[in-house]
Write a protein that binds this ligand. Structure first.
Ligand code: SF4
Length: 370
């Protein structure tokens, strides 16, 4: 992709190839897939990946020279049109090329965001200097947070970050936040999600509420079965407790003498696009509060194209609005339409339109390899 980017949390984007296949619910409206198809690039497990010539690969070297001249480090998001850790042998040579490029561009911080953190250990060479590598994973709901974040945190990198985008349900991130992390087995208390409603996003009757199978790298991955806020809340203490014990033990963390490492940065975003699913500002509020409590930098990117607010009435309730009807349908609560938040910005990315607690765009600023 090009030199500049519209993604608010990075300076550049770079794609080592184009193409991917869907992994989970977060991929349902994959913008990269629609974008690639507009350019005639096939998508999915049986499609070839699109590779690029030397000129494309030399672009980051130019960014590196400029960053060095200005003595200002730049962030590079890799990849917006692919997943660096997709398991296909035809991608191995491109990955080798990427590792070399990363080591030759020390003024660039490479943000490798994946929905396949289980492949990082296999694919990222042990000997590669990781001073300029930030490893990240997407956690669009609690199920994938539980599955992917422990895998991410078992790796070493300059930063370990999580993208909560598209946020599709409430998530308790606190067990993995740097300061908020609990020793394994220690129960958590308190209502991190604030007020809940009887009809809130991701209810079991909603569009995304049923279990289904999707293909993932030739395997079948069980996704879905999101809980509503009420059941998530009532079951959360048990699941947090269980998650702490199970996942940390799986990673061998309980045997470490020092405190396990947590998430160093968290990005929040609602879904954009014509088929956007609802984003409840209550989820964003809760996540920002969790990060603040743990002193972890948090970046609120956007409220998405279908923002609602189950906690507060913002004076925008419009039950007859077609977006309100769509949100009610997605949430399975046609009789009780959610409190739709109407914004001018099509992606909900103008923070001046949102309540002040969302005006937070922080970055991690320390440069340490862990
Ligand atoms: S992993 Fe990312 S690029 Fe691949 S299909 Fe899912 S959303 Fe699209």
């Amino acid at each position: 992709m090009g030199e500049t980017t519209k993604i608010a949390w990075t300076d550049h984007t770079f794609n080592c190839w184009w193409g991917c296949q869907r992994v989970s619910l977060g991929c349902e409206n994959c913008y990269a897939e629609s974008f690639a198809k507009r350019y005639g690039t096939a998508w999915g497990p049986s499609a070839d990946r699109r590779f690029f010539p030397d000129k494309h690969w030399n672009e980051p070297r130019k960014w590196n020279r400029l960053a060095e001249a200005a003595r200002v480090r730049k962030r590079v998001f890799c990849a917006s049109m692919a997943d660096v850790f997709e398991a296909r042998s035809d991608l191995d040579s491109q990955r080798e090329r990427l590792w070399k490029l990363i080591s030759e561009t020390p003024w660039l911080d490479w943000l490798l965001l994946t929905k396949r953190p289980q492949n990082i250990k296999l694919m990222l060479p042990d000997g590669l200097d990781r001073k300029n590598i930030w490893l990240g994973t997407t956690a669009e709901n609690q199920e994938n947070a539980d599955k992917r974040i422990p895998l991410l945190l078992s790796n070493r990198a300059a930063k370990l970050f999580v993208s909560y985008e598209p946020a599709l349900g409430p998530v308790d991130f606190s067990p993995w936040l740097e300061e908020g992390r609990q020793p394994p087995g220690e129960p958590r208390t308190g209502n991190l999600f604030g007020t809940t409603t009887s009809c809130s996003p991701s209810s079991e009757g909603g569009t995304h509420g049923s279990e289904r199978d999707t293909q993932r790298d030739g395997e079948v991955e069980r996704v879905g079965s999101q809980r509503d806020s009420t059941s998530a809340l009532s079951g959360r203490e048990a699941s947090t407790d269980r998650r702490g014990v199970r996942d940390l033990r799986q990673d061998g963390f309980e045997d470490r003498t020092r405190r396990p490492l947590g998430i160093s940065w968290l990005i929040i975003g609602g879904e954009s696009g014509p088929k956007a699913r609802p984003f409840d500002l209550a989820w964003g509020r809760s996540t920002i509060a969790q990060c603040k409590a743990a002193n972890v930098p948090v970046f609120f990117k956007q409220a998405g194209a279908l923002p609602i607010d189950s906690e507060r009435y913002l004076g925008t309730f419009a039950p007859e609005d077609k977006r309100s009807i769509a949100a009610a349908k997605a949430l399975g609560c046609d009789d009780n339409p959610p409190n739709l938040v109407l914004l001018w910005h099509p992606k909900g990315g103008d923070l001046s339109e949102l309540p002040p607690e969302f005006n937070v765009r922080e970055f991690p600023n320390q440069r340490t390899v862990r």
